[in-house]
Design a protein around this ligand. Structure first.
Ligand code: RTP
Ligand code: MG
Length: 138
């Protein structure tokens, strides 16, 4: 069944000029890009987005990084979108990511790992609402 998920092309990938190549991988894998924009977020906005990780030791580093430059938040749609995007992204640590995955191709480290993807239906709904208004999702 068709499902929506939320993704971000992270600041490292944007800085390196990989945004279009990552979008091409996403489209090639059968995702429809429902909505996309380019913006920079504050540290406080990054903290709100990643609130589930607030107690983690890497929280400061993560939110500093996510607010370090422009990002491309987007909403993607296909059958089984949430699980399929996670598969296409590869493991959080690019050193462990499978051949052919986005993190294997474009990510440098566990901290700077090129792309975000929602991990469940409830987090996808929260994350879509964090960056997009209803009128942007038609
Ligand atoms: P994401 O949320 O960004 O799609 O990544 P993920 O699900 O694969 O990983 P998650 O556990 O949700 O962690 C969120 C982001 O935090 C950074 N991280 N750093 N230094 C570390 O040990 C560590 N662990 C996680 C990563 O950038 C990860 O994407
Ligand atoms: Mg995650």
């Amino acid at each position: 069944m068709s499902q929506r998920t939320f993704s971000i092309i992270k600041p490292d990938a944007v800085r390196k000029g990989h945004a279009a190549a990552i979008l091409a991988e996403i489209e090639k894998a059968g995702f429809k890009i429902v909505s996309i924009k380019r913006l920079s977020i504050s540290k406080a906005q990054a903290e709100g987005f990643y609130h589930v990780h607030a107690a983690r030791p890497f929280f400061g580093e993560l939110t500093e990084f996510m607010s370090s430059g422009p990002i491309f938040p987007m909403v993607l749609e296909k059958d089984n979108a949430i699980a399929d995007l996670r598969k296409l992204m590869g493991a959080t640590n690019p050193a462990q990511a499978e051949e052919g995955t986005i993190r294997k191709k474009f990510a440098a480290s566990i901290g700077e790992n090129a792309i975000h993807g929602s991990d469940a239906e409830d987090t996808a709904a929260f994350e879509i609402g964090y960056f997009f208004a209803g009128y942007e999702l038609k």
